[in-house]
Design a protein around this ligand. Structure first.
Ligand code: ZN
Length: 252
């Protein structure tokens, strides 16, 4: 686990990873072995020198608090962790602007939360899957009618009512959910208005096949909301109010 050191004076942090002490090797221009030199680096030593005489403390990263604005595999992204010193909350922002730049860390006093901004059905995937699985194929107007029905149901859902499907997404802000039983019944009942006989049976089977881990999962999109706590300015000088009060009392 990474160790996070915070300078309380500067509000700067150092992420102490095993890598900060690895030496860096550099080839000379002629690439001969004599010119192969090792540059000793110890970033933590640099941090300690820079913050000499300042008050340092350890921060603890809150477990499972990682989130990011892009897919996990994307190298240029902004990620966030929650951390604490036991009393105050912090958000650690980790980012890089270019692929060849080192990662930068910024400490933000405060917290973050995730806000659900949309719940969508996977229209394209449902349509493709229906065409692949249903024989004889459904006419396009019936596929469209089903998508319209399912979309209307999804539009009306509160995310709190749904069961989250773990490990389905590669994007931290895109989460998949299973449709709840009441809405599933509603979907099936309304399908009877679109599909008849054999077609209805095929659709019923399709829905049961895909509701738990397939194309009928609902996709929720989240947004990271940072709540930054303004750093209190130097200690407030005691207010002159009590003195004035005393004066008023004296006048009486
Ligand atoms: Zn400092």
């Amino acid at each position: 686990m990474n160790q996070v050191i915070r300078c309380k004076n500067c509000d700067e942090i150092f992420m102490k990873t095993p890598f900060d002490q690895y030496p860096e090797y550099e080839w000379g221009s002629d690439r001969s072995l004599e010119n192969f030199r090792c540059i000793e680096r110890d970033d933590f030593q640099e941090f300690l020198i820079h913050h000499h005489g300042h008050r340092l403390e350890n921060l603890k990263i809150i477990e499972d608090s990682f989130t990011s604005d892009k897919v996990y595999s994307e190298p240029i992204k902004t990620s966030f962790y929650k951390a604490t010193n036991g009393k105050e909350k912090f958000v650690i922002k980790k980012f890089r602007e270019k692929i060849d730049e080192p990662l930068k860390y910024q400490l933000i006093p405060g917290d973050y939360s995730l806000k659900c901004t949309a719940i969508e059905i996977q229209s394209e995937e449902i349509s493709k899957q229906l065409k692949r699985e249903l024989k004889p194929p459904l006419p396009q107007n019936k596929i469209d009618a089903f998508l319209k029905l399912y979309h209307a149901i999804a539009e009306d859902i509160d995310i709190k009512d749904l069961e989250r499907i773990p490990e389905e997404s590669h994007h931290p802000l895109e989460v998949y959910y299973k449709i709840d039983d009441i809405r599933l019944m509603y979907l099936l009942r309304n399908c009877r208005n679109i599909f008849k006989g054999q077609e209805y049976s095929a659709m019923e089977e399709f829905i049961h096949r895909h509701k738990d881990d397939g194309v009928l999962l609902l996709k929720a999109t989240y947004k990271i909301q940072l709540t930054e706590i303004a750093k209190p300015s130097k200690k407030v000088i005691s207010s002159p109010l009590p003195l004035e009060k005393e004066k008023i009392i004296e006048k009486k």
